[in-house]
Design a protein around this ligand. Structure first.
Ligand code: AMP
Ligand code: MG
Length: 502
């Protein structure tokens, strides 16, 4: 039995939800105040009570007319100070100049820290119309990509991986052109801050040191208050962000998450997973896998993510150099990346394999496993779930695990080593299985699952979005009634292509 929730006593309707906007208190050069563009005849696709809970919004309010109007961008919340922020960034390794919120509008911050232990969340409408930063874009987001962002944000939160959250998707029959015409939607995202590495690069590249410092001071005061009175706060900021980024990427690797577009404008200053586009989860294990069809060079492939995370921290380090002054101090902060990544990765691999102790040849055991997973293109989530059920003293029950491999002898050889290693620490089957099932998800957002939900939603049946949301919010639970959502993808899934188009 769960104990009753005594944390929240106050539940707001949309109208009474208190909103502030600390970003709006920055100088006007940081943003443009503007109104969202109304979304024709909006309808609720899906709303997320778990996210509503974080800001003290009553779950019943999610189905109110007021919610539909405010979170489609059709009505302005009385306390909101809507704005779009400017930022720049490196896209695919090349300086891209000014970007900015081309289709995102920040409404303000909701929830006092007394309501939510995580503190205030900024609420942002994505796809709510053109802004001065829209460039060639139409300011809209299509239903397909909005559902993907909504579901994946919550899937990542369920996995315990730092991420922006998603409150709702509101759709419309309005059509915009992508590869084909598609209907539009507005997804409401929540994060303590949407400041990006590219927000800093913007001021650095424009030689605006005053604004650079203003932004750094704002981020420290709001999100890293513990750094405000250290000797070198800007160096400490870089070091902390570097460490968080390294650990974030390690967590992605451990669940097989691929972001797809790790441009510096998509890198959160809080170390959150941000800007879901052509992401993917590893299925048939292949470290060279590229989830983004647009990424022909594989810059953002699975195996490249750790390096790219580091590269992006360098871009941030360069942008902060005028504040830190000494190049050596920038390097010193960035030097934290690799050890933080390695430590976290080792911890996560140990946990995935159900190992408690650290022993000398563990890395070899892990590397040997990854090699045979790759050679047999083994389904990544399925393997680790089935591995949890391994019987230490009896190979008879190995069949479901062994069957995942084309090269069964290779599996047998590895399993021999693995059992020997488990015996070295007197591993107990039941305890190990339980621990492994708490870190190896049974349910991940496979592309084909998202696609089925999207296809139905495009026919106005939103039940599958709702269902996936609830399954993915508890990815480690067995949920036997939903076991088929953990199965190998069907053959048609191999033809799915996900691109930058959104
Ligand atoms: P993304 O690849 O989604 O991170 O977007 C990169 C940049 O393009 C950001 O500045 C976005 O705001 C902008 N952008 C993407 N799609 C659109 C669109 N349909 N309308 C306006 N701006 C967009
Ligand atoms: Mg982006």
């Amino acid at each position: 039995m769960n104990s009753p929730d005594t944390r929240l006593t106050l539940r707001h309707s949309v109208a009474t939800l208190p909103l502030t906007n600390s970003f709006a208190a920055l100088p006007p050069a940081f943003y443009t105040r503007l109104a969202s563009t109304p979304l024709p005849a909006p309808y609720l696709v899906c709303a997320n009570p778990a996210a509503a809970d974080l800001i003290g919004l009553d779950a019943a309010a999610l189905h109110s007319e007021g919610f539909l109007q405010v979170f489609s961008g059709n009505a302005r919340h009385a306390q909101s100070a809507p704005l779009s922020a400017v930022y720049s960034g490196h896209q695919f390794g090349v300086w891209a100049g000014q970007l900015g919120d081309g289709r995102a509008i920040l409404l303000g911050e909701a929830a006092a820290p007394s309501v939510s232990p995580e503190g205030a969340y900024e609420l942002q409408l994505k796809g709510a119309g053109m802004t001065p930063y829209s460039r060639m874009g139409d300011g809209r987001a299509v239903l397909r990509s909005s559902i993907r962002e909504f579901l994946c944000s919550e899937a990542m939160a369920g996995l315990g991986i730092p991420t922006s959250r998603a409150l709702s998707v509101i759709g419309s029959d309005q059509r915009v052109m992508r590869e084909t015409p598609e209907t539009t939607a507005v997804v409401t995202r929540m994060a303590p801050s949407f400041v990006r590495f590219g927000s800093f690069e913007h001021w650095y590249q424009n030689d605006r040191q005053q604004e650079l410092q203003t932004l750094a001071d704002y981020v420290i005061a709001r999100s890293y208050p513990e750094l405000s009175d250290v000797a070198q706060p800007y160096q400490a900021l870089l070091q902390e962000v570097t460490g968080r980024t390294a650990e974030l990427v390690a967590q992605w690797q451990a669940v097989g998450f691929m972001h797809g577009v790790l441009n510096t404008d998509n890198m959160s200053i809080l170390g959150l997973t941000l800007d879901y586009g052509p992401f993917g989860f590893m299925e048939a294990y292949d470290p060279a896998h590229i989830c983004n069809h647009t990424d022909s060079q594989g810059r953002y492939s699975y195996k490249m993510q750790p390096q790219i995370g580091h590269w992006n921290c360098y871009a941030l380090g360069q942008a902060l150099l005028p504040l830190i002054s000494e190049v050596d101090d920038v390097h010193a902060a960035l030097a934290d990346y690799q050890p933080r990544f390695d430590r976290k990765m080792a911890t996560l691999w140990h946990a995935k394999l159900g190992l408690v102790a650290t022993m000398e040849n563990d890395q070899e055991l892990i590397d040997a496993l990854l090699l045979i997973l790759q050679r047999s293109r083994v389904d990544f989530p399925l393997f680790f779930r089935r591995l949890a059920a391994l019987d230490l003293s009896d190979t008879q029950g190995d069949a479901p695990l062994r069957d995942l491999f084309l090269d069964r002898a290779a599996f047998d050889a590895w399993a021999l080593q693995y059992r020997a290693r488990l015996r070295q620490e007197n591993s107990i089957d039941a305890a190990r299985a339980q621990a492994m099932n708490r870190v190896n998800p049974k349910y991940v957002l496979r592309n084909y699952l998202a696609q089925i939900a999207i296809d139905k939603a495009q026919q106005k049946d939103f039940s599958e979005v709702e269902k996936l949301l609830t399954i993915l919010q508890h990815p480690f639970d067995e949920q036997p009634e939903h076991a088929h959502y953990a199965a190998l993808p069907p053959d048609w899934a191999g033809k799915l292509e996900v691109s930058c188009s959104s």
